[in-house]
Design a binder for this molecule. Structure first.
Ligand SMILES: Nc1nc2c(ncn2[C@@H]2O[C@H](COP(=O)(O)OP(=O)(O)OP(=O)(O)O)[C@@H](O)[C@H]2O)c(=O)[nH]1
Ligand SMILES: [Mg+2]
Length: 377
């Protein structure tokens, strides 16, 4: 009976082979309906090469039996794929260490000075809370500085002394002055171009390195070779949106035959009547550069307010800042304060930044009696 039945079907198929066509077609259509979306997504991902990450943004399949498929895909997401940060919980307070606030130290670097690097490494703020960002000009000098910093990093790493949270080295994609000699870079006529290029470099640096966990940004020029190890704590202690240290320079005084110090950075200033008058008289596209006899603004300069016997915590409100050693609450940058590479109220770069921070409603201060030292060429 069983044999008969099997023979019956086989004989039937032999006689009418086309009778199988309808059920096979039906099965094929059902297969396409349920599985087509997954096969097309896997073929598109495999076509992008073997490097393709495992997770996928594929939309939910419309198939009836596919409800579990998406949870499998989500399970494959890397842990940090979606990160949540509540910027309301990101603080920048006068006691940053106890709050474990992260600091991003940013340095445009055309020259590598070992004294800068040594000083940086001596900062007593917890290095695991510090990230470093550097930007180098694409000049021979920039190549050289980059190489030297890389060597210093390798050495520190080998000695197990490199504890910073993250270090980012950027190569500038904008132009730089050809000559960085002291005389050439200080010539009055190159200031607008030079400062404009510096502004672009600073903007690239901050916009590519600031992270959702950055509380503070410390701008520290590569030629600042001496600060107190407590620089970050000291500046943050004032809890100001923008706060500049006073940049001085050590030198040997030939007259007194003694080591001495002198003011160096004149970009920390308070606006003056004369400065405003000059600004009003200038064509829209012209800038005022401070510290040049060609353009006497009579602005009170913080450099001249240093009092050796004064309180190091004395604050003074400023309208312009330099870039030597300036601590900025990261929110000031997040709100959009950057370094204008174009005349902004006739100001540019760091001085334009101070103006922009003020226009955003932030106060700008300096510490006339808190000195940091600029390299002496
Ligand atoms: N990325 C980049 N950094 C630069 C360039 N020129 C200068 N720097 C760095 O930017 C900072 C400020 O440059 P400085 O030449 O010192 O300018 P300054 O402090 O305004 O002026 P002086 O110190 O008086 O010459 C320093 O850290 C330099 O190493 C440049 O073209 N590109
Ligand atoms: Mg300098």
């Amino acid at each position: 009976m069983v044999n008969y039945s099997r023979n019956y079907y086989i004989n039937y198929i032999r006689r009418r082979p086309l009778a199988l066509l309808a059920p096979i077609t039906l099965l094929f259509v059902i297969y396409l309906f349920f599985f087509s979306s997954s096969s097309s997504s896997s073929s598109s991902s495999s076509s992008k090469g073997k490097q393709q990450t495992k997770y996928s943004y594929d939309t939910k399949s419309k198939g009836w039996f596919k409800s579990n498929k998406d949870s499998v895909i989500l399970k494959d997401l890397p842990k940090n794929h979606i990160s949540h940060y509540d910027l309301n919980k990101l603080s920048s307070t006068s006691d940053p260490l106890s709050k474990r606030e992260e600091v991003l130290i940013l340095t445009p670097m055309s020259k590598f000075l070992p004294a800068y690097w040594d000083n940086l490494n001596k900062l007593s703020y917890d290095h695991s809370l510090i990230s470093l960002g550097f930007i180098f000009p694409r000049t021979n000098e920039g190549d050289e500085a980059l190489k030297e910093l890389e060597n210093a990093l390798k050495e520190a790493k080998a000695a197990n002394k490199l504890k910073f949270k993250k270090i980012t080295l950027l190569r500038q994609d904008s132009n730089s002055l050809k000559s960085q000699s002291e005389k050439d870079r200080h010539a009055f006529k190159v200031q607008k171009d030079r400062r404009s290029m510096m502004a672009l470099a600073r903007n690239s640096l901050v916009f590519t390195t600031i992270s959702p966990s950055t509380s503070w940004v410390l701008w520290l020029d590569a030629d600042i070779v001496e600060t107190l190890p407590t620089l970050i704590q000291d500046l943050a202690g004032h809890n100001k949106p923008v706060l500049s240290a006073n940049v001085y320079q050590r030198y040997f005084d030939q007259d007194t035959k003694q080591d001495s110090i002198r003011p160096y950075d004149f970009n920390n200033w308070v606006e003056s009547e004369e400065g405003l008058k000059i600004a009003n008289s200038l064509p829209e596209d012209e800038i005022i550069v401070e510290g040049y006899a060609e353009m006497a603004t009579y602005r009170p300069l913080m450099a001249h307010f240093y009092d050796a016997n004064g309180d190091a915590n004395t604050e003074m409100a400023l309208d312009g800042v330099g870039g030597g050693a300036v601590l900025v609450k990261a929110d000031v940058h997040r709100d959009g304060a950057m370094f204008p590479s174009f005349p902004f109220y006739h100001l540019i770069e760091t001085e334009g930044f101070a103006k922009m921070a003020k226009r955003l409603g932030y106060e700008v201060f300096g510490l006339p009696n808190y000195l940091v030292y600029h390299h002496n060429e």
